[in-house]
Design a protein. Structure first.
Ligand SMILES: [Fe+2]
Length: 337
């Protein structure tokens, strides 16, 4: 029987898969690309144009709009008077979708299987035998600030547990719309990933009696971040064009900013890791999660399912099931490598 661990009530004493080693990135080789060097130094890197601007704007953006409008809740892409939370499916942080089988929409699978995106992860890990996450995406429409979780304030976090201090996961997102300084989008605390381990080593005395979270996440408070600022880390919001991809170390402090302007922010989260780091049990759970249309956390191997997958309001497979190419089917585990 397949057992699902859920993000909302995860209480394991250690992070998922803590008994296994972490995969190592393919660094230090003569053919190591510059972007991989930048990634290691800064904890993130933007790779330009993994998808053409035309495809981002003419296929991915309208597909995101179709997905939102298709719920028939009142949202209309071209009518700002309908840009209201009551007209949209349930989400977090002003447009982060982790239910309604978002991870399995056709356009999301098309993004996950874009050859240049897959190739980035192949180069990063030094293998073609990868497995992919079922994580969500952002379809953020400008909304009144009081309709946005936390009044649209920054929510700095890392996506690894304090008890997993080494590099264990690398996340990514495909940016779909123009993304400048006033637009919503990824903010990163440049260089923080390389200090993550040291922070927790030096702050063991602050470990609360109930322990830090063992699920892969840590929410940072501003007074904790001062330690990073004192060591030279600075907030950066990388400028991104439609079709650009950003990779970041899951330990990097980051958050998705809500749009300050009247521009929307669309992005699909994509994460691959070597499939050799998955147990047979995890492989079975992943295939079952796919069949049910569940969304999962970022880590493609040591994942748990996102909250509210079985909530009474959630709808599995609100749209026709996706057509997925051979590479994608292998990355799910539907067919073997
Ligand atoms: Fe995150």
């Amino acid at each position: 029987m397949v057992v699902f661990k859920n993000q909302k009530d995860f209480k394991d004493p250690v992070p998922v898969g803590a008994d296994k080693p972490s995969p190592q990135i393919a660094a230090g080789t003569p053919e190591e690309p510059q972007w991989l060097k930048d990634f290691q130094r800064d904890g993130f890197v933007v790779v330009k144009g993994v998808v053409s601007k035309e495809k981002a704007l003419n296929y991915y953006a309208p597909a995101g709009e179709d997905w939102l409008e298709g719920f028939n809740l009142g949202y209309k892409r071209d009518d700002p008077s309908t840009w209201d939370v009551k007209n949209l499916p349930r989400h977090n942080h002003g447009g982060l979708y982790s239910q309604y089988s978002f991870a399995h929409a056709q356009f999301v699978w098309d993004a996950k299987t874009e050859p240049k995106i897959v190739e980035l992860f192949e180069k990063l890990w030094g293998t073609k035998e990868l497995t992919v996450s079922f994580d969500g995406g952002s379809l953020a429409v400008p909304l009144p600030v009081d309709q946005v979780q936390g009044n649209a304030k920054p929510w700095p976090h890392s996506d690894q547990s304090a008890y997993r201090p080494q590099r264990h996961c690398v996340q990514g997102l495909l940016n779909i719309l123009p993304n400048g300084p006033e637009d919503g989008g990824l903010n990163v605390l440049k260089g923080s990933a390389n200090l993550f381990e040291q922070y927790f080593k030096e702050h063991m005395h602050l470990e609360p009696p109930e322990k830090w979270p063992t699920r892969d996440g840590y929410s940072w408070k501003e007074d904790e971040l001062k330690w990073f600022y004192d060591r030279g880390c600075e907030w950066v919001k990388p400028d991104m064009d439609p079709g650009d991809f950003v990779l970041w170390d899951s330990r990097e402090v980051h958050y998705g900013a809500f749009p300050k302007s009247q521009n929307k922010r669309f992005a699909v989260y994509i994460c691959y890791k070597p499939i050799a780091f998955m147990s047979d049990e995890q492989k079975a759970v992943k295939v079952e999660a796919f069949k049910r249309g569940y969304c999962t956390t970022h880590d493609p191997c040591d994942f748990i399912i996102k909250g509210d997958q079985d909530a009474e309001w959630n709808i599995h497979w609100p749209y026709p099931k996706p057509v997925i190419n051979e590479q994608g089917q292998k990355a799910i585990g539907l067919i073997p490598y």
